[in-house]
Design a protein around this ligand. Structure first.
Ligand code: DC
Length: 218
């Protein structure tokens, strides 16, 4: 891993970091890691196996034996296509709960680091710059106001034809942010050396341009 260039993009839910990270990766021809998907997959696998999200040892075991294949933009869990299933609000909430368990985070560490391959990696999540890739050449903390993020999530759900209630989404986002920030291990925070990118007033294009400009400026 030492010589592989990594761009770490961290930030809260629905800040747009996934879109930005994916597009930066495409532009540079780098690999892409959606680390949130790994927490979501663990939550879904636990649910399917009848393991409670609060049972740290049992969820850790689920995390260790997770049978996942990333095939382009499709994700297979034990051979089953779960690309859409892991995006539900229920699994998002489960992911946030299991992500607060220290042993689960340790169990998922090597799996995330294995994504760092030539010619480079763009990784998005909560602790990419602080824990998983502390030597990342560029660290970005990408955020937006809670209202802007709730609005984006609301539009995404509507576009997918799912029932959406802005007040419920806002409350859920705030609860998830609070849990992600307050947990004892790898809390969501702007790590030292990370550049702040507030996308409240920015288009995705402008955010991508900014990250690429920072990268070229390194
Ligand atoms: O980015 P997301 O909404 O897909 O992430 C789902 C949950 O996973 C989120 O509530 C926090 C957790 N997570 C984490 O703790 N660390 C990461 N690197 C990525 C996600």
């Amino acid at each position: 891993m030492p010589h592989i260039p990594v761009i770490a993009i961290d930030g809260p839910s629905a800040s747009g970091k996934g879109t930005v990270a994916q597009r930066v990766a495409e532009t540079l021809g780098f690999h892409y890691l959606d680390s949130g998907a790994i927490y979501r997959l663990t939550a879904l696998a636990a649910l399917q196996q009848g393991v409670l999200w609060s049972d740290e040892d049992a969820v850790t075991s689920v995390a260790q034996y997770l049978d996942v294949v990333f095939d382009g933009d499709q994700i297979l869990l034990a051979g089953q296509n779960v690309t859409t299933a892991i995006r539900s609000e229920e699994i998002g909430s489960g992911a946030s709960q299991i992500a607060a368990l220290p042993k689960v985070r340790i169990a998922l560490l090597a799996r995330q680091q294995a994504f760092a391959k030539a010619p480079g990696l763009v990784a998005d999540g909560r602790d990419m710059g602080s824990v998983v890739f502390p030597d990342a050449k560029l660290k970005v903390f990408l955020t937006a106001s809670a209202a802007a993020r709730a609005e984006r999530r609301f539009k995404q759900l509507q576009a997918r034809g799912e029932a959406a209630d802005l007040a419920v989404i806002t409350a859920d986002l705030e609860a998830r942010d609070a849990r992600d920030r307050a947990r004892s291990v790898a809390p969501l925070a702007q790590t030292e050396g990370a550049l702040l990118l507030d996308t409240t007033e920015l288009t995705a294009d402008a955010a991508v341009e900014q990250v690429l400009a920072w990268w070229q400026g390194r």
